[in-house]
Design a protein around this ligand. Sequence first.
Ligand code: HEM
Ligand SMILES: [Ca+2]
Length: 591
Amino acid sequence: MEIKHFFGNNSHIRTKRCLVGGECLHKHLRYRRFDGKCNNVLHGRTLWGSAGYPMERILPPAYGNGVWSARVLSVTGNFLPSARSVSASLFGDLHVPHSKHNVLMMQFGQFLVHDITKNKGHSDTAQCCLEDGSHRVANPHPACLPIPVSKVDPFYSQFGVRCLEFVRTAIASRQKCNVGHGRQISAVTHFIDGSGIYGSSAEDSTLLRALEGGRLKSLKHVRLNNELPPLDETEGACDKKAEMCFKVGDDRVNQIITLVAVHTLFLREHNRIAKTLDKLNPHWSDETIFQETRRIVIAEIQHIVFNEYLPNVVGPNYMQKYELHPSKGYSNFYNPKVNPSILSEFSAAAFRFGHSTIPDHLELPGGLEKTHKTFFDPTRLREPHFFDGLFRGILHQPQQLVDDMFSHSITWFLNPKEGFPFGKDLVSLNIQRGRDHALPSYNHYLHLNERHVKTEFSHFGAVLSPKLADLYDHPDDVDLYVGGILETPIPGAVVGETFAEIISDQFARLKEGDRYFYSEGPLTNPGHFTLPQLEEIQKITLAGLLCANANDRHSFHVQPQAFDLPHHAGNQPQSCHSNQIPSLDLNWWKD
Ligand code: HEM
Ligand SMILES: [Ca+2]
């Protein structure tokens, strides 16, 4: 199959020696490696998509000095407006519920993001602003790119804050690698491979395993049937007031309570399958059960992503244009020429659309809770029945529309330092991250997309154009994140054209560039399923997983289309015993 990616083949990027990786000793391992190496076994491609491998790009970077200095200048030569000024004057916080999708869709999105991308910080210790945010530090670390805050900022001015922390993403070593320009590193495996559950290295995965019966470590309250991930006792893993937080394969898990819940769901699914496989095949070792279970769980995630999640994000036209629909039976997607790695445009801009879908409050058991109050404090998950109640809430609560509105939970109160009444602003982090990666401006992507370039501010519409003209010197300065988020969503999708294009391109790469993609057959995939096993996996839905893992599946109800609100036609909540809710028949895995 030819590379049909709209955005081309990154031919401007030469992969130099040190990013090439060695030969793979074992080319046909049945199970994918934890670190993602040797997915592609061809010479020069063995590191593609592995943890620590740099991101790819659609367009060459617009570094100020061509090498690594961030994009901070307007085309006029003046400075770009501060990322915080853009965020504060363009974006508000208004409740605009989505008419079709629920908060579970938002939450699954973040779970998926953490599987496929993590900007590796250039330094864990760099401090760019004084503790109280009043000034920059005198001699900042070279990776500092703090965000200036105006004296008249509508929120931060009351605290005297003039500086928001920002540390740049690490890049592949230029000297050692002789790469022409900085390429940002992702710390997790780029593939959709459950790395958020199992970790991105063999060592991490061993720490997460029970090393018994193929199971993952967990905390269990047997009488309440309440199984949770193991505790994370690392200092600083959680908010000070939190009594407990949890450890899984990705250390961002405790960010928000609903993310911990989705991780819990997949941990339970793993342990549930492992137990059944153990019963069906008593002669299997811990290792065999673990790896077979992991292979099934990854397949379930990939199937849910391509079958249920993505169609709702990019809509039917892009699903078709990029051939993103799952196959019936074995697929023929794999193309060893496709580099599956995450694109800077995807990670630093397009897929951050999800931040606009975050609600101001969560409908948790017992009532509404402000979203940011649940950051780094998932303690309530230990309450009896809380897990089921949480999912009941987020299945019914609408997510927010992708638009110019963002909850103050993330634009004022994101991850505050201890003892301070304010947090960070995620929207300005998004804009600054795009500049850190030196993403070219929004108009470059319109041009590439053969769409009308916005040569005048008035092309952004009557409401936005005066604000944009106030902030930016020139329409060619508008950041990709800003232009993309302001586009009207396309029919049947939650994002507009530009983000849909980037996201579709990314998922096509993740599918075509993954030799272990779940539907690939014996010709390409050394870990392929038998056809009846594959057909079984292709039946599953997220609703089915929720039912299989609820604390009390006899009273739990779920709508068949788990990302759609229940009032949608044909989507009334069903009992878990309904024939509209599929379950996985593991008898096909009996030896
Ligand atoms: C639930 C609440 C969420 C919170 C509090 C949150 C917070 C954050 C934070 C703090 C970052 C790092 C920002 C930076 O320094 O560059 C980030 C990155 C990101 N977020 Fe979110 N996020 C949430 C949900 C989502 C959702 C729903 C999506 C998409 C559907 C999403 C997509 C992303 C992406 C793509 C990145 C970049 C990841 C990387 O490569 O490092 N987030 N988020
Ligand atoms: Ca991964």
